[in-house]
Design a protein around this ligand. Structure first.
Ligand SMILES: *[C@@H]1O[C@H](CO)[C@@H](O)[C@H](O)[C@H]1NC(C)=O
Ligand SMILES: *[C@@H]1O[C@H](CO)[C@@H](O)[C@H](O)[C@H]1NC(C)=O
Ligand SMILES: *[C@@H]1O[C@H](CO)[C@@H](O)[C@H](O)[C@H]1NC(C)=O
Ligand SMILES: *[C@@H]1O[C@H](CO)[C@@H](O)[C@H](O)[C@H]1NC(C)=O
Ligand SMILES: *[C@@H]1O[C@H](CO)[C@@H](O)[C@H](O)[C@H]1NC(C)=O
Ligand SMILES: *[C@@H]1O[C@H](CO)[C@@H](O)[C@H](O)[C@H]1NC(C)=O
Length: 566
């Protein structure tokens, strides 16, 4: 906990005013309140039930941080690769003493206790009862929600909260009230009921062959190189599944049979398919590299699992260099205050030289029905300008290791919140100018951050889960750990040469203009727009960058060459 200066008298007077004080509007008026499909309220939470809420405190010097991220990620800058430590980031952006003290004192006065912060001091997680929370945050009303299919419960408020006016300048948002756990981008697609129609199926050997990895392209075990994947809510992996998977599919390359570290809690339940997939494929491309799994079953029913992951990022000085996350939410379901703040958290990671990969989603351009018809629906964090977003492809001939085309589910499009970052300006305007058949312009916001940035196979994976080999596992959940493992191999070679890790890849990736990647130029992803002869299509891939497969899929030896120096 931060060492606190004693609260001056003026502040106490201010705090006195807060207790009776003016109730301002909440910081998240545009947050979606209806529970996502599958969740139902089973009634109000009792006044004495315990809650754990997280307060995001207003940070400082964010423009400076943004400039630093630009410099450390730009291979043409003198600061390229000179990353900040978590402590450096903390020194730059930590909230003012006034902010920290005002929020902390207000919480304590309201009965909150056991407040914990992180190294950057920009979050406070406190324990309190339902009654105390409802008094501190007028408007909030906590209910139990249950998801019968997932067999999980959460406590959330289906009505908006407000904050005292005097706190508005100090709090970005409060976590644990509204957002439900994010959804995983995984599907099981059975191609045909016809058993003679045996699809090739994607295994580590297929991936390694397609992306030109040899048996020598594995971690040396001599470096502090590591990678991680993040799982949220009821997604556990079993070591025994990983062992069995490697026995079946890992004979042709050196690999590890167990993960190095689990952060958070692994539940006792059955293995989740998403978790099994992520671990098995991250460890098959990033083979023989130390791998961590972040697992959060939601220690407390009031916690937001994704926010818990962000807190870990700001509370651990030494973290794996590459992180893959195959989860997301519709951008429009999240408040602007939350989106901007999470984006800042991702920027903090970029400043430290962490590479964050997010799946682009499994709904193509996405679909939001509005009064004026359907429009596209971007996904977040895929739409953040500070992450590398991974789309999906399929083999042109599903029975052979051949060229790739678009997997029609591959998420892609344009953010409605984040403007187009400079690094992709040229690529995106070139795409928009030279495409002959674009969807109607009312469907998307062409000035927004466009994604994905890259892609990999996303169709028909074999996964071992709960001791059973399972076919047809698909989605950008599969392509994301594959790309992550390949970047870990690049990091391995960079570290062996005494170079810094890749860090936030996009500024460099867009300068390479597709070097080291197989350009995917055939196919379109799906959308729910049926006018103007589009027939359910969104965007189509074409030579160069496109918002379906980005710059394309990895050709490891060429990608390594392009990314090894400086
Ligand atoms: C951050 O880490 C410290 C030290 O391990 C711990 O005491 C604290 O509870 C953590 N913060 C949160 C919000 O979990
Ligand atoms: C990599 O694979 C492609 C086909 O998948 C092949 O054309 C190419 O020669 C391979 N090797 C290198 C070094 O690019
Ligand atoms: C794999 O890693 C181990 C250490 O974890 C190391 O001893 C071994 O040499 C590595 N294998 C290869 C082929 O580099
Ligand atoms: C790097 O090595 C140190 C010392 O062995 C270890 O404590 C730390 O966890 C390692 N970091 C990662 C990210 O593997
Ligand atoms: C389009 O995106 C820009 C930022 O890139 C934003 O300012 C604007 O509000 C967005 N328009 C719509 C209709 O969402
Ligand atoms: C695309 O078109 C716009 C508007 O006509 C123009 O400003 C821009 O320079 C063009 N970009 C490219 C890369 O051709």
């Amino acid at each position: 906990m931060r060492s606190e200066a004693r609260v001056p008298g003026a502040l106490l007077l201010l705090l006195g005013a807060l207790c009776v004080g003016a109730r301002g509007p909440g910081p998240e008026p545009d947050q979606a309140l209806q529970p996502p499909p599958g969740w139902v309220s089973i009634g109000r939470a009792g006044a004495d039930e315990a809650l754990s809420l997280t307060f995001a405190l207003r940070q400082q010097n964010l423009q400076q941080l943004q400039k630093l991220v630009q410099d450390v990620s730009d291979p043409d800058s003198a600061r390229y690769g000179k990353y900040l430590s978590l402590e450096d980031v903390a020194a730059l952006i930590r909230p003012s003493t006034l902010t920290f003290t005002t929020v902390h004192e207000w919480l304590q006065a309201g009965g909150a206790h056991d407040c914990q912060t992180v190294i950057t001091e920009d979050f406070l997680t406190c324990q309190m009862t339902v009654q105390q929370a409802e008094q501190l945050l007028p408007g909030a009303e906590f209910h139990h929600f249950i998801n019968y299919q997932k067999e999980t419960r959460v406590v959330r408020s289906p009505s908006p909260y407000s904050l005292p006016e005097a706190l508005a300048a100090h709090v970005d948002f409060v976590g644990g009230l509204h957002r439900f756990p994010p959804t995983s981008f995984l599907q099981q697609r059975r191609k045909s009921q016809d058993s003679r129609n045996i699809h090739l199926g994607v295994t580590p050997a297929v991936i390694r062959k397609k992306y030109n990895l040899t048996a020598q392209d594995v971690g040396s075990g001599t470096l502090n190189n590591s990678q991680a994947c993040a799982q949220f809510l009821e997604q556990y992996f079993h070591e025994s599944d990983l062992e069995e998977f490697m026995k079946l599919f890992g004979k042709s390359f050196p690999h590890k049979d167990s993960v190095s570290r689990v952060i958070g809690q692994q539940g006792e339940g059955r293995a989740g398919l998403e978790a099994s997939l992520d671990v098995e494929y991250l460890m098959s491309t990033g083979a023989n590299i130390s791998t961590w799994v972040y697992s959060n079953p939601g220690r407390h029913e009031a916690q937001e699992p994704f926010l818990q992951w962000l807190l870990v990022l700001s509370n651990e000085s030494s973290l794996p260099l590459v992180h893959t996350v195959s989860y997301g939410d519709d951008e429009d379901s999240l408040s602007t205050a939350y989106l901007l703040r999470v984006n800042t958290e991702l920027m903090k990671a970029a400043a430290r030289g962490l590479t964050l990969l997010f799946a682009s989603g499994d709904s193509g351009a996405g679909c939001l029905s509005g009064p004026k018809g359907n429009v596209f629906r971007p996904s977040f964090p895929a739409s953040s300008p500070y992450v590398t977003t991974v789309g999906g492809t399929a083999f042109k001939n599903p029975f052979l290791i051949v060229e790739e085309m678009v997997d029609y589910i591959s998420g892609g499009g344009f953010s409605n919140i984040f403007p187009r970052p400079e690094y992709q300006d040229k690529a995106v305007s070139q795409f928009l100018n030279s495409s002959t058949k674009l969807p109607p312009s009312r469907c998307y916001n062409s000035s927004g951050r466009a994604y994905p940035d890259v892609a990999a196979l996303s169709d028909g994976y074999w996964v071992v889960s709960n001791h059973v080999p399972i076919p047809w596992v698909s989605g950008t959940s599969a392509s994301t750990p594959v790309f992550g493992g390949i970047l870990s191999l690049v990091n391995e070679q960079r570290l062996l040469k005494g170079r810094p890790p890749l860090g936030f890849l996009n500024p460099r990736l867009y300068k390479m203009q597709g070097l080291g990647l197989f350009d995917v130029t055939v196919g379109c992803h799906m959308a729910c727009i049926f006018d103007e002869e589009l027939g359910g299509q969104g965007f189509c891939s074409r030579p160069g960058w496109d918002p379906v497969t980005g710059w394309g899929t990895p050709n490891y030896p060429a990608l390594l060459k392009a990314l090894l120096d400086p």
